[in-house]
Design a protein around this ligand. Structure first.
Ligand SMILES: Cc1cc2nc3c(=O)[nH]c(=O)nc-3n(C[C@H](O)[C@H](O)[C@H](O)COP(=O)(O)O)c2cc1C
Length: 326
C-alpha cells in the first residue's frame, strides 16, 4: 500500500527537517510543522525517558496551537545495542507519534508495532542492500543517506544510490545529503526521490540547541571544511575541520577508515558533537542565524519558483533547452 506523503495535504513542501543529536528539539520541530514541513528530533537526544516524555508532550501542546500542522517525527535507533529502544518505542506508541525515523537494524517487530498505532516508519539506509532489507521488514519508505550528509553519512553518490535502490523497491525514497534549497528538493524528485531530508541547513536556526559558537562556525564554514572519516567513532561521518583542530586533533593525520572502532584518543573524542562539530557538504549555504519558520517559508517559495521555472524549461517532448539559471 502506498502512503500519502502529504499527510492529507498538511505537508506543504516534500521535506523533512532531519533529526540531529544535540541540535534538534521540540521548538524547532514545532516551528517546522507549523509551516507545513515535517519536523523531527532523536529520542536519544534526551538524557532520560522522562525528558523524552516531556518533549513529546511539549510537541503535542505546541502543535495544538496551529490549524493542520504537518505531522512530526521521532528518530529511534531500533537496534539491540540501544538499551532505551523498547521503552522509547512504547512511549511513542502511547503518544501515537505519526512518523518514526528508524535507524540501524531493521527489525520487523518495530515496524509492526509502529503500524499498530497507525504510525509510519521511514528507515535510514546507505545502500540498496540496506533498502531491500528494510522494505522486506516492513519500512514504509527509505531515507537514502548519500555522501556529503551531516552526522553519520552515507558514502555513495545520490544518482548511483537512488538508481540502485529503485532496482530493489518501489517504496518512496527520501533523499539526504548536502541538500539545502527548494530547488534541490525538485531536483531530487526529478531523480526519482519523493522527498528531501535536510539536516545541516537547519543547524544555525534560532530555536535549535546549537550555541552561539556553533552557529558562528556553521556560518563561516563551507564544503571545503567538511572532513570525512570513519576513524573517529567507527562509522563514516562528516566533521568540521576547524573544530577538530580546536579539539587538538590533526585532520591530516586521521585516516578515512580504520579497522573496527575509533583510532582517536578517547579523551579527545569526548567532545564529539559538543566541541567537535558535525555538518554536511551543504554547510556553505548557511549565511546567517534564521528562524526555522522563515527558513521553511523560504524553502517552500524556492520550491514553487523552481517548479514554475522548470515547467517552462522542460518544454515539449523532443524539444531540447538549456536549464534556466534560477
Ligand atoms: C549535527 C548532526 C547530528 C545528527 N544526529 C543524528 C541523529 O541523532 N540521528 C540520525 O538519525 N541522524 C542524525 N544526523 C543525520 C541527519 O538526520 C541527516 O541524515 C543529515 O543531516 C542529512 O544530511 P545534511 O546534513 O547534509 O542535510 C545528524 C546530522 C547532523 C549534522
Amino acid at each position: 500500500m502506498s502512503i500519502d506523503l502529504t499527510f492529507g495535504g498538511r505537508v506543504k513542501v516534500p521535506l523533512i527537517v532531519a533529526p540531529m543529536f544535540l541540535t534538534s528539539n521540540p521548538p524547532m520541530a514545532i516551528a517546522a510543522c507549523s509551516r507545513g514541513v515535517i519536523g523531527s528530533y532523536p529520542a536519544h537526544a534526551t538524557r532520560t525517558r522522562e525528558i523524552f516524555a516531556d518533549w513529546l508532550v511539549e510537541t503535542e501542546e505546541g502543535l495544538s496551537q496551529y490549524d493542520s500542522p504537518a505531522p512530526f517525527a521521532v528518530n529511534l535507533v531500533v537496534h539491540p545495542t540501544n538499551e532505551r529502544y523498547p521503552g522509547d518505542l512504547e512511549l511513542c506508541a502511547k503518544h501515537k507519534v505519526p512518523i518514526i525515523l528508524t535507524s540501524k537494524g531493521a527489525p520487523e517487530d518495530a515496524f509492526g508495532r509502529i503500524h499498530e498505532w497507525g504510525g509510519v516508519a521511514f528507515h535510514d539506509v546507505a545502500s540498496a542492500r540496506h533498502a531491500e532489507k528494510a522494505v522486506a521488514a516492513g519500512a514504509d519508505a527509505v531515507i537514502a543517506v548519500c555522501a556529503g550528509a551531516g552526522g553519520h553519512t552515507g558514502t555513495i553518490n545520490p544518482f548511483a544510490l537512488i538508481n540502485e535502490i529503485r532496482e530493489v523497491t518501489d517504496k518512496p525514497i527520501i533523499l539526504a545529503g548536502g541538500m539545502s534549497t527548494g530547488r534541490d528538493i525538485l531536483a531530487a524528485q526529478a531523480m526519482g526521490a519523493s522527498m528531501g531530508y535536510f539536516g545541516t541547513r537547519f543547524i544555525a536556526t534560532e530555536e535549535c540547541l546549537a550555541d552561539e559558537e556553533q552557529r558562528r562556525i556553521m556560518i563561516e564554514c563551507t564544503a571545503k571544511d567538511v572532513f570525512f572519516s570513519a576513524a573517529l567513532d567507527g562509522a563514516p561521518a562528516n566533521w568540521l575541520r576547524p573544530t577538530l583542530i580546536e579539539a587538538g586533533l590533526d585532520p591530516d593525520d586521521i585516516p578515512a577508515y580504520s579497522k573496527g572502532m575509533s583510532v582517536i584518543n578517547p579523551k579527545k573524542m569526548e567532545g564529539r558533537y559538543t566541541r567537535i562539530k558535525s555538518a554536511g557538504h551543504g554547510v556553505g549555504m548557511i549565511k546567517s542565524v534564521e528562524r526555522t519558520s522563515d527558513l521553511c517559508d523560504q524553502i517552500i517559495l524556492e520550491y514553487e519558483v523552481a517548479k514554475t521555472e522548470f515547467g517552462k524549461f522542460i518544454g515539449a517532448p523532443g524539444q531540447v533547452s538549456a536549464a534556466p539559471a534560477v
